[in-house]
Design a protein around this ligand. Structure first.
Ligand code: AR6
Length: 177
C-alpha cells in the first residue's frame, strides 16, 4: 500500500472491493444514463440495493466529466458520487481532460457536501479502455491537488487488482516526488 500525506489528508492506494469501504463517500464509475451497468457500477448497485437505482432514476443522467451524488443505502459508505469517465478513443479526443474533470467534479461535490473521506475506483480503465498508467497519473495528480486544498482527511484510490494498485501506487509516488 502506498500512502502519501498532503494538506492534512492521507492519500492511499489500496487493493480491494470499493463497496466494502466505510467512508463518507465512494465514487462510482458509471455511464451517462446513471442506470447501472457492469464492472464497479454493477457491484455498487448490487451492494447498495434497489433504492440506489430508484434515486438514480430521478437524476436524469450525467455527462462525461461531471458527477452527481446520491445516498449509499445498503453500502457502508454514506454517499455515492457517480461520475462518468471518458471512453478511450486513442487519446486525441480530449480523454485526459475529461478524466481529470471527472475527478475534479467528484472532489467538488464532496467539498460541497462536507464529505472528508472518499474512495475512487480506477475510473475508465475497465470497459472504457483508458490506458492504466496514463489514467493513474491523472488520478494521482488530481488527488494531490484536491488534498492540497486542506478539506479532505482521507482519499483512497481503490484498485481491484494488485497489478493495478502497483500502477496507481507508482503514479502517486512519482506525482508526489
Ligand atoms: N471495487 C473496486 N474496483 C472495481 C470493482 C470493485 N468492486 N469492480 C470493478 N472494479 P469499469 P469504466 C474496477 O469497467 O472503465 C460500467 O458498465 C475494474 O477492475 O467498472 O469506467 C458502467 O456502467 C477497473 O479497474 O468502469 C459503464 O458503462 C475499474 O473498476 C462502464 O462500465 C473500472 O472499470 C464504465 O467503464
Amino acid at each position: 500500500m502506498v500512502r502519501i500525506e498532503k494538506g492534512g489528508a492521507a492519500i492511499e492506494v489500496v487493493t480491494g472491493d470499493i463497496t466494502r469501504l466505510a467512508l463518507d463517500a465512494i465514487v462510482n464509475a458509471a455511464n451517462s444514463s446513471l442506470l447501472g451497468g457492469g464492472g464497479v457500477d454493477g457491484a455498487i448497485h448490487r451492494a447498495a440495493g434497489p433504492e440506489l437505482l430508484e434515486e438514480c432514476r430521478t437524476i436524469g443522467g450525467c455527462p462525461a466529466g461531471e458527477a452527481r451524488i446520491t445516498f449509499g443505502y445498503g453500502l457502508p459508505a454514506q454517499r455515492v458520487i457517480h461520475t462518468v469517465g471518458p471512453v478511450w478513443h486513442g487519446g486525441e479526443r480530449g480523454e485526459d481532460a475529461v478524466l481529470a474533470g471527472a475527478y475534479r467534479a467528484c472532489f467538488a461535490l464532496a467539498l460541497d457536501n462536507g464529505l472528508r473521506t472518499l474512495a475512487f475506483p480506477a475510473i475508465s480503465t475497465g470497459v472504457y479502455g483508458f490506458p492504466k498508467a496514463r489514467a493513474a497519473r491523472i488520478a494521482a495528480r488530481e488527488a494531490l491537488a484536491a488534498a492540497a486544498g486542506g478539506h479532505f482527511r482521507r482519499i483512497v484510490l481503490c484498485c481491484f487488482s494488485e497489478a493495478d494498485a502497483a500502477t496507481y501506487g507508482r503514479a502517486l509516488e512519482a506525482s508526489a516526488a
